[in-house]
Design a binder for this molecule. Sequence first.
Ligand code: ADP
Length: 491
Amino acid sequence: MDELSAYGHQEFLSSLIDVAELYNNAPCGYCSISPNGIILKINHTLLNWLGYREDELIGQKFSVLLSKGGQMHFEMFFLPLASVEHSVKEMSYEINRKDGSSHPVLLNASVKLDDHQRITAINTVLTDNSARRQYEKDLIRSRQMAESERKRLQFMADFIPEIIFTATAKGKIDYLNARFFEYFKCDIKIPGSAFILSQFHPEDLKMLLKTWQESINLGKDLQVEIRLKNFSGGYEWHLLKAAKFITEGGEIANWFGSCANINDHVNALKKKDEFIDIASHELKTPITSLKAILQLLDRVKADPGNRMIPSLIEKANKNLRKVNILVDDLLNASQLAQGHLQLNKVQVNLFELIGDCVHHIRMENNYEILTEGDKDATVVADEGRIEQVVTNFISNAIKYAPDSKKIRVKICRLATSIRTEVIDFGQGIAAEKIPFLFDRYYQVENKGVKYTGLGLGLFICSEIIKKHGGKIGAESIQGEGSTFWFELPIQ
Ligand code: ADP
């Protein structure tokens, strides 16, 4: 307080501030520019940033320190704005250093007026903008990253073969991936609940709505099997799942869901059940006969001369053979399905092999089987397996053409293979059924007539021929007959 009284309060405060020092070494650049843009005065901070001496810049146009684009902007916006508005706020420029590098700055300016209100100078403050620039760059990069991440997730969601959706905590669907629109051939951008609900099988809808409401109320994940309408109007089984996404506060934020088409799987299970039914039934018939025959034999066993015994034994053998064939087919099919078919290949004369098969079949049935074609045709093949295929073709011709007693077997040499055809003159097969004949468990439904069989014979034949590197097929004209053929490569 002694000093205050000695110098007077105002004087003392003024003595504390060195204006020139403040001007020159402030943490920002100062530059006074004439109304037409010539540098009049410049502080040390700015000279240090730029690497120039004062005499190199005084009298130069300020705009020469700016980039080409900056120069135009400065002349066309900054100077006119300063002269009209008398101040300029936060304009961003790149300012060039003497060494050629550039430095981001923000320009703020206010004008100095003379007594006649004419502008004598534009006092410009330049602040270092590199931190802000970096922040802006980081922000743009973060936005770009977020956008590309969004696109990546969108791509993934659209790419996977399942329908994907999200729903609000209350269960309102707010996102559906491309699969949804493809599956339902829907072009509504955001389909309403009326459209979505109309796609469910009416029998499943009530159960679904009840379960979904329960999930929403209790926060329980959802998993149900439902039928959805496909674009052709039929229904397909789907596995619908929804899992809740919980916020840090423990609230349900939304639901993520998927809907996978499990129609093939459900149908395969159904087919398997049907097949077990058929197989049990097919086995039961000969076993029941065997049981009855054994009971009869038991009754007459005390009388070895009984005339019924030979025919009972023959019948028992016939039924046993049926059981044997069925069990063999079951075993073969399951081995083939697991890829366990072993081939024991040797040089085989097809004409002789077919002759043997035909001989055995002829012995049992009252059929005219005609074998014709190349007698020298040989292939390298598993004799037993090829016999199995020929026997199957001929047995089918007998089974499915019971009214025609004639079967032709033809062997012909093609350019790279030997073709064997089994031709019957029976009822034939409808053209639309032919592509499925060699599928596992496939049986053509024959109106009125019930044939025994498991739908495995042709599947087994096809696997055997494929394993030999050959081809198999069938042609048929309804009412005229069928030709089943296979081709084995000549080696
Ligand atoms: P299955 O044990 O039922 O006979 P296959 O696989 O041998 O099984 O045959 C599949 C289906 O192909 C049969 O159900 C039958 O309807 C049809 N099929 C096979 N061969 C003939 C044929 N020669 N004529 C008419 N239909 C046939």
